[in-house]
Design a protein around this ligand. Sequence first.
Ligand SMILES: NC(=O)c1ccc[n+]([C@@H]2O[C@H](COP(=O)([O-])OP(=O)(O)OC[C@H]3O[C@@H](n4cnc5c(N)ncnc54)[C@H](OP(=O)(O)O)[C@@H]3O)[C@@H](O)[C@H]2O)c1
Length: 333
Amino acid sequence: MSASAQMTAVVQHSFGAPEVLTLGQAVRPVPLPTEVLVRVHAAGVNPVDWQTRAGSGVAWALGEPPFTLGWDVSGVVEEVGFGVTTLAPGDEVYGMPWFPRAAGGYAEFVTAPSRQFARKPRSITHEQAAAVPLAALTAWQSLIDTAHVQPGQRVLVTAAAGGVGHFAVQIARHLGAHVIGTARSARHDWLAGLGAGQLIDYTTVAFEDVLAGANAGAGAGAGVDVVLDLAGDARENTSTRSLTVLRPGGLLIAVPGGVSPELAAAADAAGVRATPFLVEPDGAALARIAELIDAGTIRVEVEEVFPLAEVARAHTRGQAGRTRGKLVLLVAS
Ligand SMILES: NC(=O)c1ccc[n+]([C@@H]2O[C@H](COP(=O)([O-])OP(=O)(O)OC[C@H]3O[C@@H](n4cnc5c(N)ncnc54)[C@H](OP(=O)(O)O)[C@@H]3O)[C@@H](O)[C@H]2O)c1
């Protein structure tokens, strides 16, 4: 293969609405030593994709267009660079390489360091596997590596029905936590089946009102240990509102918006902790997550799979903010 071989990719030439996403040609990448070249079967779609497309998200890391979006991929190793010993051509892998730098996942091929991938869960399809990495790693790294959730702790997950939320409910439950989720009532049976012990319909009641009542009944020391806030202060002020439901010393992980100086001051005043969070590539965690998927402990919800050519429609759907689980692009069948 010559270094300038072409491949199909979604390329955008300007920031803007979903229509800036166009199917075109890009240079097929070549793996450096320690990297693998992966033939992409499916690519997951995440909020950071449509945020970055429009010029926010991690546009600061990608720079000016043209570029190719996409971080979540599932596919087959095509070629390995010098020094790679843990993967070989033909291996089925999934991963979220390079984040927050560009990975170019909406394309036929990606290259990335081999250890940013893991073997794809055997029990699910590439379309399902592509739905996993960014959302599940966010739940994993926040609940396990950041909050160190322990059996018996109470964990509140806002926006529990979304991509990150549905994994967070399952991972927190797997850790032995009592999981409280916010979601519209149509999602409650499904989320209870994933392990949520208490569900609050955020469209009809404020979660702090429900939990304040429960805390009053439970006496001193009540309150949740960890809030994994996936809605955010930009969406209904959920980070700031959640400070009142934490136990003294409890932890808020403010996933979408981080911790503003005002939120930090309010957390201090309330005697609780608040931290920002940004997901990182993590092949070792993806290997553990694959084991849990193959064991049936974690289930993957894909709401819809779109052909790559319909990427604009996938973004329009996603940014409406109502997705149950995940949206995925089919790159190669
Ligand atoms: N910092 C990081 O590293 C990082 C990583 C991943 C994601 N994020 C951010 O985290 C957020 C969640 O990501 P995601 O992939 O889970 O998003 P998503 O899949 O698009 O979330 C969609 C879900 O949000 C729910 N929702 C919307 N508004 C809500 C509210 N006010 N209260 C409760 N639920 C609400 C909807 O539930 P209903 O259908 O029940 O309305 C829907 O199921 C996004 O802002 C994303 O950018 C940050």
